[in-house]
Design a protein around this ligand. Structure first.
Ligand code: CTP
Length: 398
């Protein structure tokens, strides 16, 4: 991690003593480390220890009581390539969510320009409390990445969820994030995203609640990693730009199918994240339908399954990845889709999971591959879920 600048925020929990190991791992990997401590954390670990290990002065107050100099939180924000708050207490969590900045660490968080990770640590009842869960979900929505607490023995003597992730795990997560390379150079990836709108008359359509967040996040991650991407999206408010991106904006399932068919031959991978309407009206009324009758029947006809089409024509070199959004029997239903549509793997999300599905910033996914191997992931932001999916793809052998 040579030349990488890591800003470490330490808050007042017993797990603060483990941060010494994290600092040593970071320093050993070549990173430059600066630390900010909340006043409460100084009761748990000495700033002298932290300053010595990190080879840099520690920021605690807004100003230096000895010489009256100002500690500039904005400068910290500009300096860092990554900000990690570990351990993250329930108190600092709640303050971060609400934009309170009554200490240097919190003011720095609000000035931060770089990606932020947090590693929560608290007793099991605090970690399980709805307030904490809500606050973590809100933080995720603000694009902060959570390194989930683990299960184990806690300082209270109790055992359960709430123990800070081990320093090695925090290090691995951050190391992976900072050293992500152009590992997809040469890949040509087609991605479908968003809903489709099937017109009923000139003013109405059949649609769904998809926002396109998941598909766009996957496209962004692939682009960041050097792939050429063809994104075919239904109506969505999201905009992305990149020199390696070709973006086709469509409305209907038929238009999506035509774009996929026109481009598929060149592709090495297809990731079909769109929520395609399964049916469309047989005919589109030329004029707006008037509400003359008590009942109105629309005749619908099935749309071509675009994913199944790609699965049926794929070559041995091409990988086809589908999504399954399920409300019940998620794994059984998804496995049927995987086989029926001849997929390499399928990403399952179920509306049974809180925080997953349409419109949420977060997602809880599992992946089933064509050898029936199931990999489950924790609830995470859609951007991180996208990265996990692309990592899985990178390591996937047909
Ligand atoms: N899909 C597609 N074209 C369609 C319908 C679905 O490409 N006409 C793709 C979606 O992009 C997704 C996968 O198929 O990757 C699963 O879609 P889903 O609606 O969950 O499943 P279906 O196969 O349509 O089955 P059902 O609606 O009965 O659950």
């Amino acid at each position: 991690m040579k030349n990488k600048r890591v800003l470490l925020g330490i808050t007042g929990g017993i797990a603060a003593y483990k941060i010494t190991s994290l600092i040593r791992l970071l320093i050993k990997s070549g990173a430059e480390v600066k630390c900010i401590m909340t006043p409460a954390s100084c009761d748990f670990i000495s700033p002298l220890t932290i300053a010595t290990l990190s080879k840099n002065p520690v920021g605690i107050d807004f100003w230096n009581k000895q010489d009256g100099t100002w500690k500039n939180h904005v400068e910290y924000g500009l300096w860092a390539d990554i900000f990690i708050v570990a351990p993250l207490t329930a108190n600092t969590l709640a303050k971060m969510v609400n934009g309170i900045c009554d200490n240097l660490l919190l003011a720095t968080y609000l000035s931060m320009k770089c990606p932020t990770f947090v590693a929560p640590a608290m007793d099991l009842d605090m970690y399980a409390h709805p307030t904490t869960k809500r606050n973590l979900a809100l933080l995720t929505r603000d694009n902060v990445m959570i390194i989930p607490a683990e299960n184990g023995e806690l300082a209270s003597g109790l055992s359960g969820d709430g123990r800070m992730s081990e320093p090695e795990t925090i290090f691995d997560t951050v190391h992976f994030f900072l050293t992500e390379s152009e590992d997809l150079k040469g890949e040509k990836i087609l991605i479908t995203a968003g809903p489709t709108y099937e017109a009923i008359d000139p003013v109405r359509f059949i649609g769904n609640h998809s926002t396109g967040k998941m598909g766009f996040a996957i496209a962004e991650n692939c682009l960041k990693r050097g792939a050429e991407v063809i994104l075919i999206s239904g109506p969505s408010k999201i905009e992305i730009q990149h020199t390696n991106l070709t973006h086709f904006k469509i409305q209907t399932a038929q238009e999506m199918l035509e774009q996929v068919q026109a481009n598929w031959g060149e592709m090495s991978v297809g990731i079909f994240a769109a929520a395609v309407a399964d049916y469309r009206p047989v005919s589109i009324e030329k004029q707006k339908i008037k509400k003359n009758d008590d009942y109105l029947t629309l005749e619908l006809v099935k749309n071509t399954d675009i994913l199944a089409w790609a699965g049926s024509v794929k070559s041995n070199q091409q990988k086809v990845i589908g999504f399954a959004l399920e409300t019940n029997n998620a794994f059984e239903n998804a496995t049927v889709k995987l086989k029926k549509k001849n997929l390499d793997f399928i990403i399952v999300n179920t509306l049974e999971d809180e925080g997953a599905g349409f419109g949420h910033e977060t997602n809880k996914i599992s992946i089933i591959d064509n050898h029936n191997k199931i990999t489950k992931f924790e609830l995470m932001s859609k951007k991180i879920a996208a990265k996990q999916i692309v990592d899985y793809l990178k390591n996937f052998k047909k």
